[in-house]
Design a protein around this ligand. Structure first.
Ligand SMILES: C[S@@+](CC[C@H](N)C(=O)[O-])C[C@H]1O[C@@H](n2cnc3c(N)ncnc32)[C@H](O)[C@@H]1O
Length: 278
């Protein structure tokens, strides 16, 4: 693995002692850390536009079945993995390149009473350790933007999928060549941002032996979600445990830049499912 790349991803995403900072914030909010539920951490545990609602929407979109073996690539601190394990009864494994996130994912999962029921491990999406034909679903939410080698990303997803499996994603793509204003949520500068346009993305999926089953544009949902969040903030009706500043730096500036890029039609948000070509 390119350790320089890993360091840069870790530097962008990780915060030192993240789990301890979360515990401290729980105490500061007057909550009992021994009685924390998934709902208490729902405002910050899913790092993608739309949070838990977007995860449920994607799961319903692909009619996710109970009991499937699911690999969540770029699982962050495990919010989506917990949603899929608890609400959709999936057998979930989450991988992420950011070590602090995997550590936090394991500890948060225990904190909300789910023990070791979800497997989390540090891995690079382009060099997976799993055997071929291992998963029914490979899941990805807001990860591709950090990965330059999408051919390898999709080849690995295709390889670890079982013959009737599906790659399911909710991702940000580029609509034109106009440069973004940085920082954005996934990158502080152009160096870590590897957006490509819809046609190139589709072509790379197909070249990896994946066939489109469904494709849906979610840009309007994304814009409306950011706008609703801003209104709630203005009215000071945010969630009791709003830890975005604990998990990330410069959130307001990053959110403003992403929202502006969506409104300016520089980027879009899509969700889709691809099956393995027979
Ligand atoms: C915007 S966050 C999304 C996290 C999670 N999917 C969610 O929705 O809550 C992007 C995640 O991708 C991870 N990531 C970036 N490049 C990666 C790679 N090459 N392999 C594995 N994870 C990667 C980052 O560490 C980060 O946790």
């Amino acid at each position: 693995m390119n350790s320089e790349y890993k360091n840069k991803i870790n530097e962008h995403y990780a915060k030192q002692n993240l789990f301890d900072s979360i515990l401290q914030s729980i105490d500061d909010a007057g909550l009992d850390r021994d009685k924390i539920s998934r709902d208490d951490i729902s405002s910050f545990e899913e790092f993608h536009i739309g949070g838990r609602d977007a995860t449920r929407h994607l799961a319903d979109f692909v009619q996710l079945e109970k009991g499937v073996k699911l690999l969540d690539i770029g699982c962050g601190i495990g919010g989506p993995a917990r949603t899929l394990a608890v609400e959709y009864e999936c057998d979930v494994t989450g991988i992420d390149l950011t070590e602090e996130y995997i550590d936090t994912a394991k500890r948060l999962t225990k904190l909300v009473g789910l023990g070791d029921s979800i497997k989390f491990q540090v891995e690079n999406a382009t060099e997976l350790s799993f055997e071929s034909n291992s998963f029914d679903i490979v899941w990805m939410q807001h990860v591709n933007m950090n990965i330059e080698n999408k051919d390898k990303l999709f080849a690995e997803a295709q390889r670890v999928l079982k013959p009737l499996g599906q790659l399911v994603f909710y991702e940000i793509l580029q609509l034109n060549d106009e440069p973004l204003n940085f920082p954005v949520l996934w990158a502080s500068s152009q160096e870590l941002s590897h957006l490509i346009d819809e046609d190139s993305y589709r072509e790379k999926l197909e070249n990896a032996g994946l066939v489109e089953v469904q494709w849906d544009d979610r840009t309007l949902f994304a814009i409306m979600w950011f706008e609703r969040l801003a209104k709630l903030k203005q009215k000071k009706e945010s969630h009791k445990l709003n830890l975005s500043q604990v998990t990330h730096n410069n959130i307001p500036e990053k959110v403003a830049n992403v929202l502006q890029s969506l409104q300016d039609q520089k980027i879009c948000v899509v969700q889709a499912a691809y099956s393995k070509r027979p």
